[in-house]
Ligand binder design. Structure first.
Ligand SMILES: [Zn+2]
Length: 158
C-alpha cells in the first residue's frame, strides 16, 4: 500500500480509538498524527519510499532491509509496542501501536502479503482469499484510503 493511504488509515483508526475512549477532538487529532507517522514507519524498508527520500544519504544505512521484510513482522510489531510503551505515555504509545498495526493489517490484505511470522515461518501471510487481495496502488486501496479520510473529516466537522 501507498504511504498516503497507510497514513490516512492510521490517522482514522487512532482518532476513532481516542474519541471512543473519551478524548477531546484536539487530543484525538494528536493521537491520529502520532498514529499516521507510525503507520508509514514499516515502509522505511522501501528503497523509493518517502521516509528514505527524506533521509537523503543516511538512507544507505538501511540498504540491508529488504522490502516487506523484518519491519513487517510480529517481531517488529512487538519491539515497537514494547519500545513505545516504555518511552511514551500510554495515550501516545497506544496510537503508535494502532498505527504500526494498521500498516501490517493493510499490507496483509494485498497480493504480496507480509512475512508476519518471520523467522519462524517465512512464507507471506494473507488476510484475504487470493481473489480478494488488493493490488498495491489499485482502485480498492485508494477507496479505502478515501474512506479513512472521510472518517477523519467527518469527526473534525461534526
Ligand atoms: Zn508496508
Amino acid at each position: 500500500m501507498m504511504g498516503v493511504n497507510h497514513a490516512a488509515i492510521g490517522q482514522a483508526s487512532a482518532m476513532m480509538w481516542a474519541l471512543s475512549a473519551g478524548a477531546t477532538l484536539d487530543q484525538a487529532l494528536v493521537a491520529g498524527g502520532i498514529s499516521a507517522l507510525a503507520a508509514i514507519l514499516p515502509d522505511i524498508d522501501h528503497p523509493s519510499g518517502q521516509i528514505r527520500q527524506r533521509m537523503g544519504i543516511a538512507s544507505v544505512l538501511l540498504f540491508w532491509l529488504k522490502h516487506r521484510g523484518i519491519t513487517h513482522t510480529l517481531l517488529a510489531f512487538v519491539a515497537v509496542g514494547v519500545g513505545s510503551s516504555q518511552l511514551l505515555p500510554l495515550y501516545h504509545a497506544i496510537p503508535v501501536i494502532i498505527g504500526y498495526g494498521s500498516h501490517l493489517v493493510a499490507d496483509a490484505m494485498t497480493r504480496s502479503g507480509i512475512p508476519f511470522w518471520y523467522p519462524l515461518y517465512k512464507k507471506p501471510v494473507h488476510l484475504l482469499p487470493s481473489f480478494m487481495r488488493l493490488r498495491t496502488n489499485g482502485l480498492v486501496e485508494h477507496l479505502i484510503g478515501a474512506a479513512a479520510l472521510f472518517v477523519i473529516l467527518r469527526n473534525i466537522v461534526q
